[in-house]
Design a protein around this ligand. Structure first.
Ligand code: UDP
Length: 332
């Protein structure tokens, strides 16, 4: 059982030892919040938060949030980030992914209702599936194959959005939904299977860079400090409908591979492998809603963010020293 102290503003982050969750933990502790970080360490890592373990405003609890969540005392914010999030991870853990998106979101919402806490759901651009419109605005309903291999993540997150809206409407809860687009930076696992860690790991070893398909698919990559700034602005706003957070700078995967080879001065060649089933052909966030309602837009360019990430992978650093860019917001 966790004892939340009385006075400090307390945020519970599920998935707090994961890539984005651990950066959020840093950010909120830095802002003077008390943070309870909950994670079952299926894909998260203690290394990501070990520098916070001695902080009196930080507490780690190993728990699987698909089971009842017991927290004593005050909780002001619940940020629900628990889930495998890379395609390789959710293909490896399909049932866990479905359970944490459905049962886990239900438990986290139940706790938020009990504590009268603001609830923020980490949703995803995967709710748009293999999109037929580009860029994707929040009003687009998506093109998802519910029985395909990616369906376990896409449908779990779509369910999570639906139950969050139902709790908001039926229980008059204060909720937020962030649709997170491709994000990268320090603390990504080198073996998480995503394009950026794969390409950087391969480039640093001068071994072939594996492009799936012909590299003509597009993605738009957001540096993690920008992502955390956007999530925070949403958290403290009063915007209850979903908001896309991501970097709209869209590029071909082939160009991403070439850029990483150049920035890491690698001798790697590019090889082409089979494209995974239902791999989206394009992805780019429409961010006018975030710009207008949250006064947020990304600040870190791809070259700058990739250079920091390459340095992290090359040096095996802990990743706890990156400056988090602050995004000003005018409160109502
Ligand atoms: N990809 C690739 N080579 C890799 C890993 C990924 O070409 O070694 C491709 C993948 O097929 C997709 C894009 O890179 O088209 C981004 O994949 P990622 O796993 O990073 O995330 P996604 O955007 O698909 O969720």
């Amino acid at each position: 059982m966790v004892h939340a102290k009385k006075l400090k503003i307390t945020a519970l982050i599920t998935g707090g030892a994961g890539f984005i969750g651990s950066h959020l933990s840093d950010f909120l502790v830095g802002k003077g919040y008390r943070v309870i970080c909950m994670d079952n360490l299926l894909t998260g890592k203690i290394e990501n938060i070990k520098h916070l373990l001695k902080d009196k405003n930080f507490e780690f609890v190993k728990h699987n949030v698909t089971k009842y969540i017991n927290v004593k005392g005050r909780v002001d914010y619940i940020l629900h980030f628990a889930s495998p999030a890379s395609p390789a991870d959710y293909l490896k853990y399909p049932i866990q992914t479905l359970k944490v998106g459905s049962l886990g979101t239900h438990k986290a919402l139940g706790l938020a209702k009990e504590k009268r806490a603001v609830f923020l759901l980490a949703s995803t651009s995967e709710v748009y599936g293999d999109p037929l419109v580009n860029p994707q605005p929040e009003t687009y309903w998506g093109n998802v194959n519910c029985i395909g291999p990616r369906g376990v993540y896409d449908e779990a997150k779509r369910f999570a959005e639906a139950i969050t809206m139902a709790y908001q409407r039926y229980h008059a809860m204060d909720t937020r939904i962030v649709r997170i687009f491709n994000t990268y930076g320090e603390r990504m696992r080198e073996d998480d299977g995503r394009a950026i860690p794969n390409f950087i790991g391969q480039a640093l070893k001068d071994i072939p860079i594996t492009i799936y398909g012909d590299g003509s698919q597009t993605r738009s990559f957001c540096y993690v400090s920008d992502m955390v700034g956007g999530i925070y602005n949403l958290l403290i706003s009063s915007v209850s409908e979903p908001v896309n957070i991501g970097n709209p700078d869209e590029m071909l995967l082939l160009d991403l591979a070439r850029l990483i080879i150049r920035l890491s001065r690698s001798k790697s060649k590019i090889v082409f492998k089979e494209l995974p089933v239902d791999d989206p052909k394009v992805r780019r966030p429409a961010i006018s809603k975030a710009k207008k309602l949250l006064r947020w837009s990304p600040k870190v360019g791809l070259k700058e963010g990739l250079s920091k990430t390459i340095e992290y992978f090359a040096g095996g650093k802990s990743g706890d020293t990156i400056p988090i860019s602050l995004h000003k917001i005018s409160r109502k």
